[in-house]
Structure formats: C-alpha cells, structure tokens
Ligand binder design. Sequence first.
Ligand code: FE
Length: 345
Amino acid sequence: MRISIKSLAAAGACLAAAACGQSVDEDSTETLTIYSARHYDSDRAVYQAFEDQTGIQIETIEAGGDLLIERMKADGERSGADVVITVDAGRLWRAEQDGLFQPYDSEIIEERVPESLRHPEGKWFGFAKRARVIAYSQERVSPDEITGYETLADPKWDNRVCVRSSGNIYNISLLAALIERWGDNVAQDWAQGVVRNFARVPSGGDIEQIRAIAAGECDLALVNHYYYARIANSEDAADQEVADAVALNFPEDNGGVHVNISGAGVAANADNVDAAHQFLEFLLSDEAQRMFAELTNEYPVVASAPYENDVLDGFGEFEADPVNVNTLGENQAEAQRMFDRVGWP
Ligand code: FE
C-alpha cells in the first residue's frame, strides 16, 4: 500500500480530531476491483507482485465457475468491478454476451497474445493456456493406439472411457471446437460414440477421471493437462503412484490439440480503466507468465516467457488447433443440444 506524505499528515490530523470524513485508505490508495472465478496460488502471487510494483491495492470478489457471471450480473453497476477474470473461452464468451466487458485498448495485449487467443473485437484475451487431452493407463494402453480425439469414440474402447459431465464448460468447449473442425454430423457421431464407450456415468471433475484410470475403473479419459501436472508435481506419495500409472496423449493429428484459455478483460462499468489496463498488461509480463506456469501448471500465452516446470517440459511441444477461441462460444449452444441428443449427462 502506498501512502503519500500528505496523506500521512492527514491521517495524523484525523487521529487528533474526533470526527474525520475520510479514511486514510480512501485518501491515499488507488484500488482495483477484480471479479475472478479463479482461486489459485499463482493469482495471489500475481496480485501481490502487482500491488508491490504499482502501489495499487487489489480487492477481489471470487465466485467459482459459472457463478461469477451470475454474481456480476446481479451486482450490476454496484459491483464496482474493474477487471473480470475467468477460465474457458466459453465462459468469457457468455460474459461478453451479457455485456460485462468493454473493449480494451492496448498494444501490449495485441503484441503479446496470439490472435487466436483473443476476442476479435478486443473484449477479452487469454493470459494462460490449457490443453484438453487424453489421459491413458500406462499399463493397459499403448500410446500408439491413440490417434486423436476420434479414438475416444472407437468401439474398441467399449466400457473403457471416463469423462466428466457435459454440463461442464470444458466439455462444451471441446465439442464446440470439434463441431467447427468436423461439422455437425461427424461431431455428433463422435459424441455418441464416446457415450457408448462410457465405463461409468460421468461423475467428478477432471482429477477424478485421472484417479479412476489409476484405480483401474477405465483406461482413457478426457482431461485438462494441468490436473495431471498438479498430481505429477505433488510430493504426496499416493499422487506419485497415480502420476506413474497414467500418462497424457496430446492428440495433435487431424486438426491439432484443443487449447483453451484463462482470460480477462476490462469490466463494462469499470471506474478505474487505467489501472485495469495496467493490470491486464501485467498479466502478460514475464514475471506473471512464469507464475502461471510454475504455480498453476498452465502454459504461458507469451511464447518467449521463461519458466521452470519439468512436468510441462516433459509433455513436449504440440500442434494446437488454430481456431479462434471465440468460436468455442459461438458453437456453444449447438454443442449443448448435441450432448442432450446423444444422452451425455
Ligand atoms: Fe480447471
């Protein structure tokens, strides 16, 4: 927190006087209000570093997943939100549809973030990347049996696939990407094929699918890469056993690996637009990019940003689906209808 000499003097005067109109904070400290659907150590470290460097104090309102957008809509202009942060382009797209963003104006964002990871009209952008990939049993599956996302729908894997429910945005965005890639009919056949291969009714999050493979309940699963990386980077012995039993395949053939983002933008009713821009650009600094890679196991969006993470390095380079992530939002309603039609709960 930055306190100027003048405001210290004012604070002294306030202490002496019984009645005081303004607190020291209001007098001296600039505040940035962030609505975030994330609750990671990396983000807390980024907030702290930003406060230390700028003297701007961050206040966060956190609400998990889909609740954040509902909360912002409910709070409306009273929210005081300057910045909105959430995960998955599908959620960013919904927030944009609800009018929760205003366009940013920043050359740094346009220079540092690849075009496919930004909203076409500058409403939001990705500051970290995640890949939705295929986890497999090291014991029961040979990596060359996996030829792409289509493998999950191959009858050969009957009763051997674990996936979380279709209500989750990660699956909706993946199917939205596959609709773009293959067209409606092929994408729907794929979803139907995956349902036929279910080893169990979808339950739990991605991490539970990885544990289910290790426990022998299934052989293949769809997961975001960082859940596996979190287990592999854990010092817990039980986690290490899971990490040893399971590996990830990055299905890059036939269209590339499905990549999604953690993203942010300037809130529609932001009071503090300048500080919001300062913060958004800070998310793209080498320092912040390193924190996402090292503390949350996400990939930096800034290709040149250095970091140390042996598990991420171990995954190797991969070809990403070049589709603009905004398309995942545009195809979202169709993906949801498709899940309903094929009976993917
Ligand atoms: Fe997640």
